[in-house]
Ligand binder design. Sequence first.
Ligand code: SF4
Ligand code: SF4
Length: 327
Amino acid sequence: MNAPKKTSCCHTNNTGDTQATDGDSVICTPVAAPTVPISRLDTLWFQVAGTICNLRCHHCFISCTPENDTFKFLSLETVRRYLEESVPLGVKEFYFTGGEPFANPGMCDILAETVQYGPATILTNATLLRQKTLDRLKAINDSTPHTIEIRVSIDGYSPELNDPIRGEGSFESAMTGVENLVARGFLPIITITRTWCGKDDEVLAGFVEILRARGYEQPRIKILPLLHLGAEENRSRSYTDCERVTHEMMEDHDTSEFLCASARIVTDKGVWVCPILIDSDNARMGDTLADAMTEYPLRHNACFTCYMNGAICSNSTTSANISPMPK
Ligand code: SF4
Ligand code: SF4
């Protein structure tokens, strides 16, 4: 069993300064945030669809919409350049996210190229998976020794629960996508963001029941914590000043648990520290992967979510999160 995590108290303000009380007054002492070193690059992410998505989910932590082209699609040429850069760095696997990866018309060509270098995971809302795309995915999967994982985001086990967050018709469209993936031999990881209060059991049971009814017998399910960034700040709340990683919290904490200890993300504007912080200019690490191999300070409130939950973006945060459910 994991030891309980230390949490920050309300002694940090919004700038990361430490506040000490002295009678009635508050004394602020600037303190640098703890840093996470990067000794190896295991995982390379691609912001392949930029911030462009066919949906406009109310909890999207980078506020993706059909109109948001703050970050643009990656081209095959750009991906190829970074794949080549990744070889001497020993990258073991690749992830594609957005926005909606399949909104990028080059996604399948990019995937076909990438699996020549290693296993790949695509994070998708599964609402743009047309027959031609599905057939191409199967052909690529059949032709490579490397694993292709598809992660499908759905946030409720019925239209009534899902569509208020992800948009009208998105539940049915995503479930059809899941059915079509399963029919082609994929075992998609259903990724649910914890937008509910209370225990997970009822939600998991609801998902298992509906997925089995749609032909997915042993569904793999991953629950993600909310990130209080982007659109989610309007839907629920922003981070509080207390939600911050302090030096005290990092005592005895294994820094390898953070995604940024072994991953970076490529965008059309350069390399960022992680997929969570692409809206932060100070999370840009440089133009090349080599530029990005430096430690990073955990100065963002979202780092607190990583501290509490581990490498939330990866496929394998905990074995409990991705598991075949008992029948
Ligand atoms: S959460 Fe995913 S599917 Fe929804 S708008 Fe953001 S990128 Fe698109
Ligand atoms: S948000 Fe998470 S992955 Fe990104 S820098 Fe902070 S701790 Fe690292």
